[in-house]
Design a protein around this ligand. Sequence first.
Ligand SMILES: [Mg+2]
Ligand SMILES: [Zn+2]
Length: 178
Amino acid sequence: VDWLLLDRDDTILDDPGYLSDPEKVAFLPGAIEGLLAFHRAGWPLVVISNQSGLGRGLFTPADLDAVHRRFTDDLLAHGVTLSGLYFCPHAPGQSCLCRKPEPGLALQASQELGLALGQAVMVGDKDSDLEMGRRIGAAFVAQIAAKGQAPLACDGCFESLAELAQRLLGPGTSGLTA
Ligand SMILES: [Mg+2]
Ligand SMILES: [Zn+2]
C-alpha cells in the first residue's frame, strides 16, 4: 500500500521556530485538504519530525505532547487520522540515528506499521527530508515550498499538500466537499 511519510514543520504546520505552544499550532494552506484526500484514498499518514528543541533544552516533552495533542485533535476534527507520529528528540551533534537525514524514524515506522519503504512517498520542505527519502528508496520524494522556497532536487516541488494530492491522486480528489 502507498503511504505518506511527512515532515511536520513547514510541510504541514506553519513553523514559527521551535513550536512549543499549542495555541500556535497553525496549518499551512491546503495542508488539511491534502491530508484528507490521501486519508480518504486509503493512504496511511505517518509524520516524522526532528524536534531538536528538546535536545537543546528549549522546551519539555510535556510541551511537545501538548502541541501534538492539539495537532492530532485539529486533524481529527477534519476527519484525518495519522497512522503514526514519530520525532527525534536529539540535538545536532548527538550522533543519533533518528535525526533526518538519518533514516531511523522511517525504518521504525516501516517496521511497526508494516509499510514498505519502497512504497513510501516522502514529503518535506528541507533537503534533510528529501535526502532521507532518497536514502530509504522512497517511491517518490516531494518538496513542499509553501513559502516560496527555491525548488530543491527531488521528484516534484509543490506549493501545498493539496497540490501534491492532485498530482498523485488525480484531479478532483482533494476537495473538502467530496
Ligand atoms: Mg520542515
Ligand atoms: Zn535522534
